[in-house]
Design a protein around this ligand. Structure first.
Ligand code: DSN
Length: 421
C-alpha cells in the first residue's frame, strides 16, 4: 500500500479538469481563500449545538465563525432566520421535511423528469420521512408549473407542503401563486434554491422568501461560491422547528472547516455576486441562442431559453443524452445527460437531453464570445465535424486563457489549480 497512488490519481483528475470545459450545472470552483479555510484545523474539531450553547469545550472561535455565517446568510437573502449547519442539500431538505410535515402527510413537488430533485420524491428524503408525494401539473412548452391545474389538484388532495425549486430550472417559478393556494388550504411553501442560490444572492433571480416561501433550502456550491454544504433560511416563527430538525435531528457535528469556507464565500458573494450573477445569465442565454442557431432543439425557446445558469437541449436526434454526453466528454466538454419532461423514470440511462451549466466557466472569466466558441465545439463534436483529438486541443487552448478564479478577494495569484503549477 502506498498513499502516493491516491495522490497520483488526484493529479490525473486535476489535469483532466484543467484541460476540460466544465459545464456540470451543480458544480463550481472555490477561491483559494475558501480552500485555505477547509485545510485548516477546524476540519478536525466538533461543535454540536448552537452558538453560545455547545456540548463541547473549545468552541469559542467556532462560535465567532458561525455567528458571522448566520448574520451574512440573513443579510444576503433578507431572511428572518438562518440555520447554516446542514452539511448538504439533501440533509437540509430532510431537516425541512421534519420541521414542516408529519409522517403520512401529502406533499406536492416537481417530478424528476420535469426537473425536480430526487430528494423531493419518495425514492429519497421525502420517502424516508414517510411522505406521500404528488406532482405538479407541468407545462412542457413553458417549462414551468401549470398554476390553474395545480390549484384544482391541490384543493382535492390537500398537500401539507408545496416544494418549489428544481435541479433543471430554466425560469422563475410561481412562488406567489403557489403561496396563495397554500394559504387557502393551510400548507407551507418550501423552495429548494440549491441551483440558483448564487443568482438569488446576486439579485439576478427571484428571491423566494420575498415572494412568500416559508422556508428556503439550498446547497452552497453550485451558483453560490461556497464549499459543499447547505443552508436553511426561514420565517422567524419556524426558527425553533427548523433548528431542532437540524440538531439534534439530522446533523451532529457540521464540518467547521467548510463552515469557515462558507463565510468567506458569502463575503465574496456580497462583494462580487451581482456582477457575477448578471454575467452567468448572459452567458447561459448566449450559449442557448448559439446552439439554437446551429439547429439544436433548445428548451424554453418561446421564453428566451433561460433565466438561470442552465441550458437544456433535446438531443434525441443525435442518439440521446447518454451518447451525446459521452461524445462530448471525449472532446473535453464535461456535462451531464438529463431527463426531460416527457421522459419516464425508466429512461434515466439514456434520457432525451443534456443539461449545461455556465456558472463555473463564468467564474473563470469567460463571456459571451467564449460561449460561441463552446457552442461550436459542442456542435463539431456531436456532428463529428472534427476528431475528438482535434477538439480536445481546441478545448485546451481555450481553457489555457482562463486559469484565474475571478469574483474573489484573491488577487492575480489565484491560479485555479495551484497544485499543478
Ligand atoms: N443532482 C444534483 C444536480 O442537480 O446535479 C444536485 O444534487
Amino acid at each position: 500500500m502506498n498513499p502516493s497512488e491516491v495522490f497520483e490519481i488526484i493529479e490525473k483528475h486535476t489535469r483532466f479538469m484543467r484541460d476540460s470545459i466544465p459545464l456540470i450545472a451543480s458544480e463550481n470552483l472555490t477561491s483559494l481563500s475558501v480552500r485555505r479555510c477547509y485545510l485548516s484545523d477546524l476540519g478536525h474539531r466538533y461543535a454540536e449545538g448552537k452558538v453560545g450553547h455547545r456540548f463541547y469545550e473549545g468552541c469559542s472561535f467556532v462560535d465567532e465563525i458561525e455567528e458571522r455565517a448566520v448574520d451574512l446568510t440573513k443579510k444576503i437573502f433578507e431572511a428572518e432566520h438562518a440555520n447554516v449547519q446542514p452539511i448538504s442539500g439533501v440533509v437540509a431538505n430532510i431537516a425541512a421535511f421534519f420541521a414542516l410535515t408529519d409522517v403520512g402527510d401529502t406533499i406536492m413537488s416537481i417530478s424528476v423528469p420535469c426537473g425536480g430533485h430526487i430528494s423531493h420524491d419518495t425514492v429519497s428524503a421525502a420517502g424516508l420521512r414517510g411522505l406521500r408525494v404528488i406532482h405538479y401539473p407541468f407545462d412542457n412548452e413553458e417549462m414551468n408549473i401549470n398554476v390553474d391545474e395545480t390549484r384544482n389538484v391541490a384543493l382535492r388532495e390537500k398537500p401539507k407542503l408545496f416544494i418549489l425549486g428544481s435541479s433543471l430550472i430554466l425560469f422563475r417559478q410561481p412562488v406567489k401563486e403557489i403561496k396563495e393556494i397554500a394559504d387557502e388550504i393551510g400548507a407551507y411553501v418550501m423552495y429548494d434554491a440549491s441551483h440558483v442560490l448564487g443568482l438569488i444572492a446576486g439579485k439576478a433571480f427571484q428571491n423566494p422568501l420575498k415572494e412568500g416561501a416559508d422556508v428556503m433550502t439550498g446547497s452552497t456550491h453550485k451558483t453560490f461560491f461556497g464549499p459543499q454544504r447547505a443552508i436553511i433560511a426561514s420565517k422567524k416563527e419556524l426558527a425553533e422547528k427548523v433548528d431542532r430538525a437540524v440538531f439534534p435531528g439530522v446533523v451532529s457535528n457540521h464540518h467547521l472547516n467548510t463552515l469557515a469556507g462558507y463565510v468567506v464565500a458569502a463575503m465574496e458573494i456580497l462583494e462580487f455576486g451581482q456582477d457575477y450573477a448578471k454575467q452567468v445569465v448572459k452567458n447561459a442565454r448566449a450559449l442557448a441562442e448559439e446552439l439554437y442557431n446551429l439547429g439544436y432543439k433548445v428548451l424554453g425557446e418561446k421564453k428566451g431559453f433561460t433565466e438561470t445558469h442552465q441550458v437544456a437541449v433535446d438531443v434525441r436526434d443525435f442518439g440521446g443524452g447518454e451518447k451525446v454526453a459521452k461524445t462530448l466528454e471525449n472532446a473535453g466538454i464535461v456535462l451531464n445527460k438529463n431527463l426531460l419532461p416527457w421522459d419516464s423514470l425508466e429512461s434515466t440511462d439514456n434520457p432525451s437531453g443534456i443539461r449545461i451549466g455556465v456558472q463555473e466557466v463564468t467564474r473563470i472569466g469567460m463571456g459571451e464570445e467564449e460561449m460561441k466558441i463552446i457552442a461550436e465545439i459542442i456542435d463539431a463534436a456531436i456532428k463529428e465535424k472534427k476528431s475528438a483529438e482535434e477538439l480536445r486541443k481546441e478545448v485546451r487552448e481555450l481553457k489555457e486563457r482562463f486559469n484565474i478564479i475571478k469574483y474573489s478577494f484573491d488577487q492575480s495569484e489565484a491560479y485555479i489549480f495551484p497544485e499543478l503549477k
